[in-house]
Design a protein around this ligand. Sequence first.
Ligand SMILES: C=CC1=C(C)c2cc3[nH]c(cc4nc(cc5[nH]c(cc1n2)c(C)c5CCC(=O)O)C(CCC(=O)O)=C4C)c(C)c3C=C
Ligand SMILES: [Fe+2]
Length: 492
Amino acid sequence: MSATSCSGVLPRTKLFGSNICKSNHRVPTSCSYTRSLKSVSCHLSEGLRDHNKSSSKEIVVSCSSSSDKGSSLVGRSHHCGPIDKRNTVGQTFCSAGVSTYSGAQVDSDSHAIEEKIGVLLLNLGGPETLDDVQPFLFNLFADPDIIRLPRLFQFLRQPLAKLISVFRAPKSKEGYAAIGGGSPLRKITDEQAHALKRALEAKNMPVNVYVGMRYWYPFTEEAIQQIKKDKITRLVVLPLYPQFSISTTGSSIGVLQRIFREDAYLSELPVSIINSWYQREGYIKSMADLIEKEFKSFLKPEEVMILFSAHGVPVSYVEDAGDPYKDQMEECIYLIMQELKARGINNEHTLCYQSRVGPIQWLKPYTDEVLVELGQKGVKSLLAVPVSFVSEHIETLEEIDMEYKHLALESGIENWGRVPALGCTSTFIMDLADAVIEALPSATAISTSRSASKAVDHDPMQYIIKMFFGSILAVFLLLSPKMVQAFRNHLF
Ligand SMILES: C=CC1=C(C)c2cc3[nH]c(cc4nc(cc5[nH]c(cc1n2)c(C)c5CCC(=O)O)C(CCC(=O)O)=C4C)c(C)c3C=C
Ligand SMILES: [Fe+2]
């Protein structure tokens, strides 16, 4: 184990007070989605209010970085992939020193504290090889936030996930094969984690950065185990989705809440969750920079139509479950366009939704249909801008760069461009670092009451019965000609 050490004094008032006021960070004070996230938002806003009147406490931080990597953690029983993959990124083990108060406001927590700050980046995860594709899809479709089944039909979840993943896998594999045989998500997220760590160090805030994926390695569960092992004392959770959706950030936070509630140490750990950050000035400006730069590749930039393409969600998420995703997406596009206008760029734009799966209604308009319509209307130059995700992934590299580009050119569009994902763009990473610093003071225990875990979930007999009857039903569904047709039409 190699280690380096450093030390620094963090003036708390400066970090936690003025940075918050300076930024364009709006924190929701209420929300309507049906998951139990209200409390998280409320903690956040209460925390921010508290910290506008925070005392001028200083934390003396010392840290040592280490290349030592801990052991692998939670796997999934159905999963056949390797189990020695890791979730921590360039680990830095930071231990804090003494807390002192430079101001007159010495309050009850004037005792020495040891701060060891962690940042947990949440992301989707992606299959690293073609063999990973089906089990990855199984994890995705087994998520109750991805396939929302009525309570009565919960027993069908696992067999249904198996069925859909097996049906979907050939199409997905084709996509992953076309982009080199696997998802680049892990590599890019690791790079973002490193960059964020460096950015925070540059701001005199040494932290451990962890990566927790929802559907593939390194799983969120593994990251949490590592956080526990490292004895982190304060945690900022930063989902790498600018806009909140029940299906993405909501799902990952659900995992966190379940694990944290049931663990004595984690349930007491002060945590601050950044639910969404699409409205941050740094993010909006970074997106505008990318668009402005890409305009230069067109002969007549003023004639270019900007096509914002967001990942879709089923309409029922927004209309029935109150997912704020669509509203946040529309506001995000408005803010980017305002920023472009301020720079003298007044091009036309449109927002559409891509990547729908299955025989249900998704948010409209659909990107593929819009491309055809724009071609018919005589639009000749188009700049595709992926929003909703900050790394390159299958849906930018394959769906946009290959399928949509082909469709656009076939539909009469002559000049095609695509804005890259933000990745490790320095202004963007710096802004994420600011978001972390601003969120730190509002950290509160995620749950003070440990809920009793439902015995039924852990009863092996009940599980076997569910799986047995679920599998029989799944076979019937599989053999039903109507179902086979629906899968053929929508999954392949
Ligand atoms: C904000 C981003 C995303 C939302 C919202 C989202 C919802 C959502 N996705 C599916 C189904 C699939 N998604 C798949 C891949 C995938 N999804 C996102 C992002 C969002 N998903 C990303 C970044 C990726 C790519 C990961 C990678 O490997 O690079 C896939 C697998 C690929 C494929 O077969 O198309 C599926 C399936 C649903 C059903 C859903 C909302 C309910
Ligand atoms: Fe998706």
